[in-house]
Design a protein around this ligand. Structure first.
Ligand code: SF4
Length: 411
């Protein structure tokens, strides 16, 4: 290898981040990675990333041992390539990926007169409609309750979603490629137009998922929604007999969501699922304000957690521009108010605004859809865009970093 020259290039599927004297090279195809704080190697990587070098630089054969070790490791992990530089042969072309989302939101904000039009409805993917805010449970875990923040949005006044307005809303949603359409309450069985709604949905062949707290289950009315997907929320202390009874009822599309606040409840949820022979259930931790140690022990991520699960390149790109939990989601309340996230401000009201106007407003105002990890300390972290987008847990716990990677920092 003496006297020879080589091309050293970074491969296009590699995500590169550099922060505070450290660099991370992450193979988005395999999850293999190299973490370095070597000044020598970081200088080499910086040269590769200089605009004119297009990810490829020429290296001498007689390079230092530290460089050689890095080159061997990066080639073995399919992070860099090395090729002999042959006289009169051109430099290999390396097309480095550029973040270029079809609709760059910031570009939209700059172009004031640009109207996105009907196509904004294509962003809508997850709609939750709250039929009413009537519910006899106090601080339960129904639709008015944010399951990540343990906050009940129920008011003393009972409002029922105007049925005509609801039908108009469904017509607007017909253009949206929804992945999830949820209908919940309050208590859906107390919705003034519940019978009319069930008949109308069946006639139109629209099958949203109904959501109900197990204590609100009305067995005399359950047959009206047995063709629909149904999610039953269960919190603790749980009413096992109700779970048993719904498990035995003929509800082929029924699933359960156990809302737990600690390890004993986790164990109880698993035991109940087994005892009631539940096949379709999930367990969701909720933050109460008093169970932060449960979150620290079970939810907070370590450096090892982050790199042990492969994060595809398109997901890393998405994390740089939008919030993958909230983007495309809208919550529509019985008075017509619309929020992109139950914990954030109202973005519009469907009595006055078209859904596409509300979606367009959310794109620019950004209460939730484009919330990314650009605050402290995530904005200075190597894993900024490998980590999942911030969720409501971060918001309610009051810190961006639910991890043990960066120094704990309160909001
Ligand atoms: S500081 Fe933020 S970006 Fe870094 S690992 Fe923690 S949560 Fe992820």
């Amino acid at each position: 290898m003496q006297n020879k020259k080589y091309w050293l290039g970074i491969l296009p599927h590699v995500y590169y981040a550099q922060q505070k004297g450290k660099a991370l090279l992450y193979n988005t195809k395999t999850g293999a990675h190299i973490l370095t704080d070597s000044k020598l190697i970081i200088t080499l990587l910086e040269q590769m990333h200089e605009k004119q070098n297009l990810g490829v630089i020429r290296v001498e054969a007689a390079i230092s041992e530290q460089h050689s070790a890095f080159i061997r490791e990066s080639a073995a992990k399919n992070i860099c390539f090395i090729a002999e530089a042959v006289e009169n042969q051109p430099k290999p072309i390396q097309l480095m990926p550029v973040l270029n989302l079809q609709r760059d939101m910031e570009k939209l904000q700059r172009e004031d007169d640009r109207f996105i039009g009907e196509s904004v409805l294509h962003y809508l993917s997850d709609i939750t409609i709250y039929l009413n805010d009537s519910c006899s449970l106090h601080c339960c875990h129904c639709g008015q309750y944010d399951r990540q923040t343990a906050h009940c949005y129920k008011t003393d006044r009972t409002t029922h979603f105007d049925f005509e307005l609801l039908q108009q809303l469904f017509q607007q949603l017909a253009c949206a490629p929804l992945r999830m359409l949820r209908i919940t309450g309050g208590n859906i069985f107390e919705y003034r137009y519940f019978n009319e709604l069930c008949s109308w949905l069946k006639k139109k062949k629209i099958y949203p998922m109904f959501g109900i707290h197990c204590q609100n289950v009305d067995f005399a009315q359950l047959h009206k929604i047995k063709e629909f997907p149904l999610e039953i929320f269960v919190n603790f202390p749980a009413q096992k007999e109700i779970v048993h009874k719904t498990g035995a009822a003929e509800l082929p599309r029924c699933s359960y969501s156990f809302l737990i606040t600690g390890e004993p409840e986790y164990a109880a949820a698993c035991a109940m699922a087994e005892e009631c022979h539940l096949e379709n259930y999930k367990i969701t931790p909720i933050y109460t304000g008093n169970n932060v140690s449960f979150f620290e022990e079970n939810i907070y991520v370590t450096e090892q957690d982050i790199v042990s699960e492969r994060v595809p390149q398109r997901m890393i790109f998405a994390h740089q521009k939008l919030n993958s939990h909230f983007f495309g989601a809208l919550h529509i309340y019985p008075n017509g108010d619309v929020k992109a996230n139950p914990n954030q401000a109202v973005t519009g009201n469907i009595v006055q605004d078209k859904l596409l106007q509300i979606a367009e407003r959310e794109l620019t105002v950004n209460t939730a859809w484009r919330q990314i990890r650009n605050g402290e300390p995530c904005g200075q972290c190597l894993y900024q865009f490998l980590c999942p987008s911030p969720s409501n847990y971060e918001w309610v716990i009051g810190r961006q970093n639910l991890c043990s990677v960066q120094k704990m920092q309160s909001r």
